[in-house]
Design a protein around this ligand. Structure first.
Ligand code: MLT
Length: 328
């Protein structure tokens, strides 16, 4: 019987689909040490989210049984893909399933920042009726800069345009025609995005190239005024990956007033240290990496990843194999 480890939870419907396909499903978190000691060799497939890290040393003792490593989500930065490729194990993910949920969270954060929703709620609870102080700004007429223009950014762009925003983007890997069709201005130089836009949202992967891509120098470039010269301040949202925003630089910019708001769903170190000074700043608000945490997204993620796992276990190549070109 095919054995599948599900270490970080998965929608019940998806677990049932695996069982109906004749798999024994073991749903429990496996400690790092057990994985290093060869736990993977007892399974044909492992399905993880972000809590379980799959390293080279774990994969080295996974053979001959393990046939696929599956990430129930988009980001595969917790899996050593090169090591999996070396031993011929495909790594599959579910890149489309959570798009709408992340789009909606991003827009939620943007609106929360501009209308001080978290701060207003805090002051209300403390007995303060801060009606006069909490004067926000509209999205209408503002310039939004999207770093990366994949599926999620395209979804955010569509909503932003419906709000009347002017949308700009930087994505060196995407054909210009996609942005043009979406009514978005594409820039070849990322600095132009910061020079033009008062609102920036991150939608790229974390790589060496994108680590601290939002830093002191770039935050300083942001104009703080909209195209009609209205002082709307500068605002940054990151619901993509931690580490793309330099959190120390962002805190400094919040303190100096160059940055009016920062909203993060993702942090360089997760879970974030609750005593971090960033978390205490009144113009910061955050969420604990919940972009894909909706009933709908988790159901789709589970079903998509199970389809990919079963395809591999049946001897096929899943459409969402991320190391397709490196498998020997
Ligand atoms: C993903 O990569 O799918 C998201 O960041 C969600 C998650 O890691 O749970």
């Amino acid at each position: 019987m095919r054995r599948v480890a599900v270490t970080d939870g998965m929608a019940e419907e998806a677990v049932k689909r695996l069982e109906n396909a004749g798999c024994e499903v073991v749903q429990e978190f496996i400690e790092h040490q057990q994985l290093v000691q060869g736990a993977l060799a007892e399974f044909d497939a492992i399905i993880v989210r972000s809590a379980t890290k799959i390293t080279e040393e774990m994969l080295a003792v996974s053979q001959p049984r393990l046939k696929v490593v599956a990430r129930a989500g988009v980001g595969v930065d917790n899996i050593d893909i090169d090591a999996a490729s070396k031993i011929g194990v495909p790594v599959v993910n579910a890149p489309r399933a959570s798009t709408q949920s992340v789009v909606e969270l991003t827009v939620g954060h943007l609106l929360s920042s501009l209308r001080f929703i978290p701060r207003a709620d805090r002051s209300l609870r403390s007995g303060d009726w801060a009606k006069k102080e909490l004067k926000g700004t509209e999205l209408y007429g503002k310039r939004l800069g999207l770093i990366g223009f994949g599926r999620i950014a395209q979804g955010v762009a569509a909503v932003a345009r419906a709000f009347g925003m002017e949308v700009h983007s930087y994505d060196p890997y995407l054909p210009l025609s996609i942005a043009k069709k979406a009514g978005v201005t594409m820039h070849k130089n990322i600095d132009n995005l910061f020079k033009l836009c008062t609102h920036i949202s991150v939608h790229c992967n974390l790589t060496e190239e994108t680590h601290h891509l939002i830093n002191q120098k770039r935050i300083k470039m942001m104009p703080g005024v909209d195209p009609f010269n209205l002082a709307c301040g500068n605002h940054i949202v990151n619901c993509a990956r931690g580490g793309i925003v330099d959190e120390d630089a962002a805190l400094e910019a919040l303190e100096s007033g160059q940055l009016s708001s920062l909203a993060l769903d993702v942090f360089e170190h997760e879970p974030v240290d609750p005593s971090s000074p960033l978390l205490q700043h009144q113009n910061f608000h955050g969420t604990p990496h919940i972009g894909a945490a909706t009933i709908e997204a988790q159901r789709r993620v589970g079903l998509d990843i199970v389809d990919a796992v079963l395809t591999v276990l049946d001897g096929g190549m899943a459409e969402t194999t991320v190391n397709r070109n490196d498998l020997s």
